[in-house]
Every structure is written in C-alpha cells, then in structure tokens.
Design a protein around this ligand. Sequence first.
Ligand code: ADP
Length: 499
Amino acid sequence: MTDAINNADAMFHLFMEGAPYAIAVTNPKGEIVLVNSRMAQLFAYRPEELIGQTIEILVPERFRVKHSEYRRKFHQEPDIRPMGTGRDLYGLRKDGGVFPVEIGLSPIQTPDGLLVLAAISDISQRKRSEDALRQSEARLNLALSAAHAGTWDWDMTDDQAMWSEESYLLFGLDPNKCKPSYKLWLSMVHPDDRAAVQGRVKSLITEYITQPVHDMFDLEYRIIRPDGVVRWVNDRGQIMYDHNNRPVRMIGIVFDVTERKAAEERLARQAQELARSNAELQEFAYVASHDLQEPLRAVAGCVDILRRRYQGRLDARADEIITHAIEGAARMQNLINDLLAYSRVGSRDQPFEWADSHAALMSALSNLEVSIKESGTMVTHDRLPEVMADQAQLTQLFQNLIGNAIKFRSNKAPVIHIGVERQKDEWKFSVSDNGIGIEPQYLGRIFHIFQRLHARAAYPGTGIGLAICKRIVERHGGGIWCESRPGEGSTFHFTFPIR
Ligand code: ADP
C-alpha cells in the first residue's frame, strides 16, 4: 500500500516536472500550494519561496486588484479556460522584470476544497514576432497607400476575392456595396481591353502546365469606373499552385498609371509629329535647293553672255555691276550646292555597310589633291579601321575636315594628322592641324548651319561644311566636337560606334 502511495507520488512528481508548461496550483484563498521547477525558474524564484504566497506575487502591481477579482469570480464559476483564450496577461519576475504570458486554468475538486491549476507559458518571443509583423504590415500598408497601390487576392477554387481599400478606391467602388470577385473585376475592365486581358489570364492559368516558370504576370489595361471615368492601370501579380501544381490562387498589386500613359502617348504623338515635320522639312530643303538650281543656271548664263558681249564697251560702273552679278550668281550656286549636300544627308542616305575608313581618307585626299599641292600640305595618319558606315559620307566627312584644315591654315605650311583610338565601344577619330585655331567662345557655334567666323574675302565658304559633318556623324550614332588653341591649331574629334 505504502509502495503504491509512494509510486503515485513519484508519478505525480514526474508529471509535474515533465509538463511542457510552468505549473502552479492555488487554494481557494489564492495561495500557492504547488509549483513545478519550470514555474519557479520562469519567475526567478526558488520553489520553496513561492509556496504559501498568494499568486498575486507573480502579477505586476498595476494588475493585482483586478487579478484577485478575477480569481474570486473563477472560484465562483469555475470552468476550464484553455491557453490562448483570454486577454493579454503579464507576469512579474522576482527581479521586477515584467513579461507577457499565456495562462490556461483548470479547476480541480479535492477534499480540501477547490484548487486551481494554472499552466503558464512565456510568450515574449511570440509577442515580439507578432509586433514585428504588425509593424512591417503597417509599413507596407503605408507604402502601398502612399503609392496609391491596391492589392488583391483571388482564390480561384471558389472565386473568392479580397481587395484592399486602395483597390476599391482605384476602381471607384464602395466596399460595403459590392463583393469582389473575378467577374466583378472583369466587368470593370474596358470593353476594348477585356478580351485581351481575359485571354491573358486564361493563358496564364493554362501555361503553367507547359511552362511553370510563368507564374508572374504584368498587365496594362483600362478600367471604366461606375461614374464613367476611364483609368489606365498596371496590374502585377503572381500565381500560386497547390501541391499538385494546379493554380489555385492569384495575388497582385494594381497601380493607377493613367498619367504615365497619357505622357507616353503625348510623347509618342510628338515624336511622330516631329519625324513627319522633319521629313517634310528635309524634302522641302532638297526640292527647294534642287529647283533653284535651274533658274539660277539661267541667270548665271545670261550674266556671262552680258560680260562677254558688253564688258569694256559700256562705262566702268556697268562693268562693276556685271562683275557683282557674276560673283553673286557663283556664290548662290555654291550655297545651293552645299545646301543640297546638307539635305542629302538624311534624305538620300545609303545603308551602312563595312566601310574601310582608310579608303575613305584616300578618296578625300585625292579629291583635295590640288589644294594639298598648292598649299604644300603634309598629311599623316594612323592605321585606320573598318567601320559600319555609308562609305560616301565617310569620304565627305574627311574631305570637309581636311579641306577646312587646309583652308584655315596659318602662314606655315599645313601639317595634318588623322588619328584614331579605340575607346570601349567606339572609335574616336581626330583630324588635327597647325592652322589659325578657333577662339574658345566660338567652339559651340561652328557646327551650326551658316555659322562662319570670318569674312568671305578672308576665307571663302558658306558655313555649311561642319553642319554636314555633324549630321553625318550623328546619323552614324556618334558625336563630333572640336578642341583648339587660337594661333596653334585645332583638333576635330568624332566618334563612330563599334558594332
Ligand atoms: P566654312 O568652311 O564654309 O566657313 P564650316 O562649317 O566648314 O564652314 O566651318 C565653320 C567655321 O568654323 C569656319 O568658318 C571657320 O571659322 C571655323 N573652322 C572650321 N574648321 C576650322 C579649322 N580647321 N581651323 C580653324 N577654324 C575652322
């Protein structure tokens, strides 16, 4: 018999100590009659320190009065209260530390009256995670509402959907007056976009079988709000699958992109308009200069006849007028020729092909042969590469730059070098001379059409040469600029992308 009692005692002790909770048992007066060592440990007491104390010793000061009221009520109407069903409770450690706890209560009837068994666990860790989650959720919501982004969640298995407040706002719907669903969403989509959007969703759902990677989607479509306002939205989301790899749920985020769309459309229209007016202008410049040649040739011809027949036969003033007319006609012919050349770049282009820039340079030098000889020019060059280009335009580019280097020479014989170096993904060419140079304040202007820095009498020209160079280089995707020291010389750089 004693053995049996001893055995039962030992078993009871084992259960108490082995239980996964801290356990305390109190009598009707609220005094602790039994604790396990987990309990003592949790509150930083030795077990014997707790026995005989009222349970309120373990309750923070500010909850004590309330706690003893609860305790009395529980004794009057005892029932089992499982863990996790009550309000937030706190425990007080011996050292004064307060920590959140969860408590389950069981009344136990004994010959000595009603005892209460309390199982307690420390939930600090869980509370911390819950707080962190709440905070990050609050931050996310703040960001979503600041970005006017709505979120949605669609359970495909039963067509239940959930929309965030911002989603309702975006769709112009009242959350109290409608139930979100796939059907409701689809009915909001603009009729012109509906078939495409529906098709995309369907294909997303079926694609998974063949291409399970396609679980993200990004759609842009218009919606019509109940008040008739049309908005563009961007809808991005993800499909989720069950363990059989069947799509069961979609979640997403939806933004109002109406302003961006409007700006894009404006830009596209402007670009189109610009391209059209550019093409028109180009055509106009070409046709105008081309058609001007004909009457001009007639005028030049007539003035030439006048010169041959009447020069020296009329008075000196008449001779002077005839000379002016001839010079004027010649200048106009030059201008028109240059204008034609300018408008040809861009309107009558040849497609790009592999072009030998060395051969282009040689053609340019051969075209400039006479002035090279007359001026005693010396030309040197690096080994030049092949580039993707319009060969004729490449020749023209070299010719204009070298022609200028000769024309704007100082009193020394021109020395010109054509260099090239490779820079990452482009070739950087240079044409340097030892000529008169250019004042820094004019360096930006010289590439504009008709911009000249000198009187025609000092250096002949129309001011179109460099504008043509700029056009050619830009057409090939490069840039052109000049570095110069007045009195010492200039270097024109231009780049060609390496394709
Ligand atoms: P043009 O040669 O018909 O005057 P360009 O467009 O070729 O027209 O050149 C514009 C101006 O830039 C020239 O009038 C000249 O003042 C200046 N320029 C161009 N190339 C050089 C150069 N190599 N050295 C000095 N000045 C130059």
